[in-house]
Write a protein that binds this ligand. Structure first.
Ligand code: ATP
Ligand code: MG
Length: 402
């Protein structure tokens, strides 16, 4: 199908089908009811209902005119985008990666014989696709990130890859300290970098096998996450050892993958990564504490058990865990007591003030409260404010009851 839109307005959206010779016009509603089900292979009623409920939304900005899946609908992942340009282009969402708590037992039951163990890098998930003759970067939820869209093609040369493979999407992690979503230091990355972990078919989301992915990334000299090795499912001890070592180096963990990518990958993370997330969450206890807390503690319990820790090792883990919760919280209480807000400062490159404004608007779309603190020498400092934490702590400091 080859559709071309004439007018851009959510209620009255017309396409012309130039495929069949006859030019037909179709409204957005009719497109969702009659055409989209064929394209995605999903029942019309589900899509119509999703549109009514706002789980499937019209989305438009300077990069794209599209439909955005805000929630999962049938087999279609949230974050899936249907680009409505000269050609209808589908960019499937990035599927959730489940976690194992007991590595050894899960490996055997989940995978077949051998697994590819890749490093899990800590940044933010990005899908890069070639749409309407442009390279566009999407966040997990399907929003076009103006910052990543600008930066990704500067970090790596994507032109020849997309010339040869316009129907693939690049799934990767934006990394580094000057990264306005998740700032984490990696010696090999520094301020900003990108690592690719999957190549997937646009329409189906089907990933290429590990060898095929490696071959293509090599050929186009594109940066891949580290393949730490191929392991047998019968010997989890080596992988546990690997994760321990990664943690000691301040790194997050691993993603384990079926070499053919026929089985869904699994993730497993280091104790230090759990602590880092708790430190972050308890800097803003009333915004993030609850959502982060329980699952990190559970992970620590199972990891300690599976690693058959000595009393000494257990004590070390317990101490790190406790400090990761209490210290950041006490620091924030001090901050608020001194009359400041509980917030985090993020750094981003920007060529001008408008770029900063556009990024702030994008953050607002994502539901994040943020303000630009300063803009100087091509760098902006953005403060993300954690309002509940600020308000509640102030209230308790003034004697409010809990
Ligand atoms: P999810 O919905 O996938 O659980 P999450 O926000 O909880 O998302 P994480 O716990 O960070 O995310 O784990 C999954 C994410 O890890 C992926 O979405 C991807 O962005 C990231 N990632 C980093 N390295 C890899 C890798 N080698 N393979 C796959 N994903 C990776
Ligand atoms: Mg992550």
């Amino acid at each position: 199908m080859n559709l071309r839109h004439d007018k851009i307005a959510p209620d009255q959206f017309f396409f012309k089908c130039t495929n069949c010779g006859d030019e037909i016009e179709i409204s957005l509603q009719d497109f969702i009811r009659d055409k989209l089900p064929q394209i995605l292979g999903i029942e019309s009623e589900k899509l119509v209902l999703a549109y009514k409920k706002g789980n499937l939304k019209f989305y438009q900005n300077r990069f794209i005119t599209a439909l955005q899946f805000r929630k999962t609908v049938g087999k279609i992942e949230s974050g899936t985008m249907i680009s409505l340009h000269d050609e209808i282009d589908v960019v499937r969402g990035f599927p959730k990666i489940r976690r194992t708590l007991m590595l050894g037992d899960t490996l055997k039951s989940h995978f077949s014989k051998e697994i590819a163990v890749e490093e899990k890098m800590n940044g933010y998930n990005v899908r890069i696709a070639f749409i309407n003759s442009e390279i566009v970067a999407f966040t997990r939820g399907g929003y076009v990130c103006p910052y990543t869209t600008k930066k990704a093609p500067k970090i790596m040369d994507l032109t020849s890859f997309f010339q040869d493979y316009p129907d693939l999407i690049i799934c990767g992690e934006m990394l580094g300290t000057d990264n306005p979503y998740v700032s984490h230091y990696y010696p090999e990355i520094g301020k900003l970098g990108f690592r690719i972990f999957d190549l997937r078919e646009k329409l189906t989301g089907k990933p290429l096998s590990i060898p095929k992915k490696g071959e293509i990334l090599d050929k186009y000299e594109l940066p891949a996450v580290k393949l730490l090795g191929m392991y047998s499912v019968d010997d989890p001890s080596q992988i546990l050892e690997l994760v321990k070592k990664l943690g000691e180096d301040g790194r997050e963990g691993v993603v384990m993958k079926d070499p053919q990518m026929d089985i869904a990958p699994l993730k497993y993370t280091s104790s230090q990564a759990h602590d880092d997330e708790l430190i972050y969450a308890f800097k803003f206890p009333f915004d993030l504490g609850k959502a982060f807390f329980f699952s990190r503690v559970i992970r620590e319990g199972f990891q300690s058990y599976e690693m058959k820790e000595s009393n000494e090792e257990m004590k070390d883990r317990a101490q790190r865990l406790g400090e990761s919760i209490l210290y950041p919280m006490i620091e924030t209480i001090r901050t608020v007591a001194a009359g400041e807000v509980a917030g985090e400062d993020l750094i981003m490159d920007a060529d001008n003030q408008q770029e900063v404004e556009e990024f702030l608007r994008h953050l607002r779309d994502l539901g994040v409260i943020a303000v630009a603190l300063k803009y100087e020498d091509g760098k902006a400092v953005i403060r993300r404010v954690h309002q509940s934490t600020t308000d509640k702590i102030s209230n308790y400091l003034e004697g409010g009851l809990y």
